[in-house]
Design a protein around this ligand. Structure first.
Ligand code: COA
Length: 257
């Protein structure tokens, strides 16, 4: 498994243009790195990410439309497209402050686990803007309408337990056990056939918003495509392990690859 860090701890890991460019490069590279089988996104130090750097991303760019457009494009590319389309499983491990623009990569990850003690907030309204980038879209998709409106409009912070209750993350655990729990889940994913995993995440992600017939056809094509790309011949082996060798019960876990 590979850990990818927000790494500006003295600035609570706020996202500067440089951080966006580096994340964009790193994700492009990691997508094709054979050693990276599961990606865990987290923050160095005590914060996950305090959102956009209000000085370097916003104020410094006010008079420089070209740099502004460049950094916006990189910010959107890595936080949404590169993470949501990452060909391997992604887990957000939210270890501390998570504000504003940091919601996007959390929502883009396949799985999110946070510390009970983490502090989340849609703080944009508190300094006079909207949850921009793509944050309003993220919360409209993932949260229920009442929660999205309440936290976007009041700007009130909430803790990790509340984030779990609202299903912004899968669940929360005490900070002391966060890394252990996240690696436990990553290890479960590492046991699986990586082709089946990739197609599973693409299937679940892309059927959202499809009509029944469209989804049915898409999934049928996807299943066929998986048989072609799967170099491990996972389905044959999985079936044989259960039906012929009687070595494992798929209901309880993966067969021994
Ligand atoms: N942009 C730029 N700098 C930031 C930042 C941000 N989003 N968040 C923190 N920093 C900087 C602070 O300016 C400070 O820098 P300095 O040491 O040079 O003065 C340093 O990080 C430490 O921050 P500080 O506010 O002293 O830490 P704290 O633990 O008391 O509070 C926060 C942490 C995150 C609650 C607080 O910094 C904050 O409210 N940040 C803004 C959150 C936000 O609205 N983000 C934008 C969402 S799009």
């Amino acid at each position: 498994m590979t850990f990818l860090y927000f790494n500006r701890p003295s600035k609570r890991n706020a996202m500067s243009p440089q951080l966006h460019y580096e994340m964009d490069d790193a994700l492009g590279w990691l997508a094709h790195d054979d050693e990276t089988k599961v990606l865990i996104l987290t923050g160095k130090g005590e914060s996950f990410c305090a959102g956009q750097d209000l000085k370097l991303y916003f104020r410094q760019n006010f008079d420089d439309p070209v740099e502004w457009a460049r950094s916006q494009a990189a910010a959107n590319a890595w936080r949404w497209h590169k993470i949501s389309g990452f060909p391997k499983p992604t887990i957000a491990m939210v270890n501390g402050y998570c504000f504003g623009g940091a919601f996007t990569p959390v929502c883009a990850c396949d799985i999110a686990i946070c510390a009970d003690e983490a502090t989340f907030g849609l703080s944009e309204v508190n300094w006079g803007v909207i949850p921009g980038g793509i944050v309003s879209w993220n919360i409209a998709q993932l949260l229920n309408h009442r929660d999205a409106m309440f936290y976007a409009m009041t700007g009130l912070p909430f803790d990790g337990k509340k984030a779990a209750e609202m299903k912004l993350v899968n669940y929360s655990v005490p900070l002391a056990g966060l890394r252990e729990e996240t690696t436990r889940i990553a290890n479960i994913l590492l046991e699986k056939n990586p082709y089946a995993l990739r197609y599973t995440k693409e299937a679940v992600r892309h059927v959202r918003g499809m009509e029944h017939d469209q989804a049915y056809n898409f999934l049928a094509a996807k299943l066929q495509a998986l048989q072609h790309v799967d170099k491990e011949k996972g389905m044959e082996k999985g079936l044989s392990s259960f039906l012929d060798e009687k070595k494992h019960k798929p209901g309880f876990g993966t067969f021994d690859r």
